[in-house]
Design a protein around this ligand. Sequence first.
Ligand code: GDP
Length: 458
Amino acid sequence: MDWDDTIAAIATAVAPGLGSVAIVRMSGPAAESIGRTLFRAPGQQVWDSHRVLYGHVVDPASGERVDEALLLLMKAPRSFTREDVVELHCHGGLIAVQRVLALVLAHGCRRASAGEFSQRAFLNGRLDLTRAEAIGDLIAARSQRAAQLAMAGLDGGLQRRITALREQLLDQLAELEARVDFEENLPPLDAAAVVAALTEVRQALEALVAEARQGELLRDGLRVAIVGRPNVGKSSLLNRLSRRERAIVTDTPGTTRDLLESELVLEGVPLTLLDTAGIRPTSDAVERLGIARSRAALAAADAVLLLFDLTTGWSDDDQELRDLVPDGAVLLLVGNKADAAGLATGAVAPTGPGFPLEVAISARTGEGCEVLVETLLQRCGATELQGLQVALNGRQRELAAAAAAALGRSLEAAAAQLPWDFWTIDLRAAVRSLGEITGEEVSEAVLDRVFARFCIGK
Ligand code: GDP
């Protein structure tokens, strides 16, 4: 596809005083000429594709040197977008790079929207949609495993799986459609073979849908709320898990009024820990605010660690808190201060003490915390992640599930021995859904939505 405009954006993260290098990237037919207008390369340096030039970005109006930079020209089609691309590698930080961007915009570039470079790469056939989405996932990855999974997508692992399934369906569709039109001229169709092929694809899709949850865990992580009465040791546990003094540990009940969020990675799974203020009936307005937040945190959490104090045992307040936990949330009952209570740490047998306790820990010594993490991840279904090769994202999962459901309807038509064209309606829908995953059959609106999730400059 040919665009007549040239887009530009800062391709690197923009932060004051941070980053030694910042890249302004241009893509489109005018990229090279704008580069030549704004960049002075001293000596005999040659403007060749895929060759780095050293020089300065100069404002042609004033002759002022705006930044010392490297220029990299990548001529179409050997570039990310398959268009002419020019990258100016400037000094990092905020000011110089933004002036360089302003200059290229003033000389004929249009400011790129989010994901627009990737969108051009996709529309020019450089990437299929699963690879383009994998780029977004790689950038957003919060753990090594999530990054590995995104790389597998970028290498085309998912595209190959989906394309193979789609082609199996297309083969069957061709057989069936030929029978719809020219039944009498063709050998009779082996209906059992068609049913077997559709069933196989459907099972493969269902397996992918089931695995998607695992991928989601790696990509998006888990939100875990730590709740408990004041002073049971929530902040201490948070500190223990994040191994840094993020929350302030004090002896006064109810000081953790706001919701504290800590990001950490445990066993490859990114976790957001939400430390809630002490949830209890109170007349203190500020406290009540904290309570409202805590309720919100409970509602938003994938899992809840309900912490109580083993030195005082399970109380009515603890029970009241337990009753606040929404149905369906993963709940783990954790007794803390095992050291002071003189109790053993670790997983507790169901026949244990006379109150509900699943894992006993000491946030102070750290004992039992490993078992706590293991149990938590297990309860959340996050322990089978090592063997995961590819994983669908939310959009892809919905499409795969829709394709599997459509195949289910096709198979029903087959079982009811309906005429061929009843089989093909849903089969075609399944083919279309899979085509939407790879981008072979996808509307502009869907594309816009996919690429809008990207950052600017990618
Ligand atoms: P929060 O109000 O639930 O956040 O509780 P804190 O983390 O602020 O802890 C309250 C008090 O209990 C502090 O004095 C901690 O030192 C103490 N504490 C926390 N965890 C333990 C533990 O495992 N053992 C003992 N002995 N004391 C603990």
